[in-house]
Ligand binder design. Structure first.
Ligand code: PMT
Length: 416
């Protein structure tokens, strides 16, 4: 089973002592917990407390020797490594100061640097004096962070350590953990699976500076990789060039050409229990790649040859029990062509998207699809690629556990 890693950031406030209980509660949910403390937090609670609870060194500084500011390579890359490998960053208590740093991109300690470097979901639970909480500066920072996708677990109201009464008490652990589970998909229903996702558009070189490519941004494939990871899978992402950040905890295998993508997919095929081919793969490549940049001289004819059909080869060579899900980018007679692709390439399912529709498909944050199997066609109406990724995975799991429907009423009991 894949164990998800949660980083708990502790800031300097009276509520810092409550973070120890939070660490325990997260461990009870089977998360692997790493603690990061700000300098101020260490004035309230000793790092030793968290080291004893987690059995791990508490990350406190960007420098090996905080007093002298000297760093070795290990400490210099530690925050990047922590940021890349964590599945969620939970900051509790989050002080007004740390929230301000997050909102303004100030990276002057381990926690604020890690915040900028991570692509994992970030959950902050503020705790502070009521006037600090209600101050327009703090509220503006909260609004900025919310707009950037940070989840805020609002402070509770009550008696505060400063003697005042009002909003500012650290939220209960149950509320914080509910958000963590919400982000990391409470059921972890892909735990134990190794999901191989392909993403982006492959490039076929004409000469050293030019290539034949397509409009794929990789967003659909990256959303699938992120969703599968959040649902507990080990995820290998074979990606053609994109401008996207690799989702936290996902293993990236970068490729450029169709041939490289084919080799990477075949190399990892024996490890995969589920393969999702969201990449827009070139069907043809120039028969000859010119050694030098081609000179402009009148009309040009380029001869192309077909590339390897990766999806068909995967379906042929996969181990028994491995599910193979292809995509189909269609512009006309979408369902007919999608189903024809399903049969011809012998996939278990095809996610057919009609890329002729405005605002969805290539290089958009939104998409709509039909999940086609040999005998079903499930409509997945327009939504964000993130949501669609989860809906696709829901349908993939139905292939593992067949749909249970009462014939007379049509009531779907799957998942009950
Ligand atoms: O990347 P985005 O900007 O987010 O856009 C998403 C998307 C539109 C690219 C994606 O949703 C999509 O439709 N991906 C498949 C695009 C494609 O290549 O479709 P196709 O109908 O040409 O290919 C069918 C299937 O065969 C695909 O799973 C493809 O990965 C695979 N294939 C195609 C050719 C080839 N030589 N080898 C393959 O494995």
């Amino acid at each position: 089973m894949t164990i998800m890693k949660v980083t708990v950031g502790v800031c300097g406030g009276v509520a810092a002592y409550k973070s120890a209980e939070l660490v325990r509660a997260l461990q009870k949910q089977a998360f692997d917990v790493q603690v990061v403390m700000t300098e101020a937090a260490q004035r309230f609670v000793q790092p030793l407390t968290f080291a004893a609870l987690t059995g791990k060194k508490v990350l406190t500084s960007l420098w090996t020797e905080p007093e002298t500011g000297t760093a070795d390579l290990v400490s210099a890359i530690e925050h990047i490594d922590a940021a890349i490998t964590t599945d969620a960053l939970v900051v509790a208590p989050a002080t007004a100061n740390t929230l301000a740093k997050f909102a303004h991109g100030i990276a002057d300690d381990f926690l604020s640097t890690m915040y900028l470097a991570t692509s994992a979901p970030v959950i902050v639970a503020p705790a502070m004096n009521v006037n600090m909480w209600q101050h327009p500066a703090t509220q503006a920072n909260i609004a900025t962070l919310e707009a950037r996708g940070v989840t805020i677990v609002a402070p509770a109201s009550g008696y505060l350590a400063c003697g005042m009464t009002g909003d500012g008490r650290l939220a209960e652990n149950e509320a914080i953990i509910a958000e963590v589970l919400n982000h990391l998909h409470s059921s972890l229903d892909l735990s134990g699976e190794t999901v191989l996702v392909t993403a982006g558009g492959t490039r076929e070189a004409l000469d050293p500076v030019r290539f034949l490519g397509n409009r794929s941004s990789g967003k659909m494939g990256y959303a699938l990789a992120e969703a599968a990871r959040r649902r507990g899978a080990r995820v290998i992402l074979v990606s053609a060039p994109t401008a996207l950040r690799v989702p936290s905890g996902v293993e990236l295998v970068p490729v450029i050409t169709t041939s490289e993508m084919r080799d990477a997919v075949m190399k990892h095929l024996p490890e995969a229990s589920l393969i999702i081919k969201a990449a827009a793969v070139a069907d043809y490549r120039p028969r000859v790649r010119e050694e030098h940049k081609m000179k402009r001289s009148g009309p040009l004819t380029v001869e192309f040859e077909p590339t390897e059909d990766i999806l068909a080869e995967v379906a042929e060579k996969k181990l028994p029990g491995t599910l193979v899900i292809g995509f189909a980018a269609e512009t006309e007679n979408a369902i007919i062509h999608g189903r024809e692709k399903l049969l011809r390439k012998n996939a278990d399912a095809i996610v057919m998207n009609d890329v002729s529709q405005e605002g969805i498909g290539f290089d958009s944050d939104r998409n709509a699809a039909t999940f086609l199997t040999r005998n079903t066609a499930i409509d997945l109406p327009e939504m964000s690629k993130r949501d669609l990724a989860h809906r696709i995975l829901d349908e993939v799991l139905v292939l593992r556990r067949p749909r249970l429907v009462i014939a007379e009423t049509g009531t779907d009991l799957t998942g009950l």
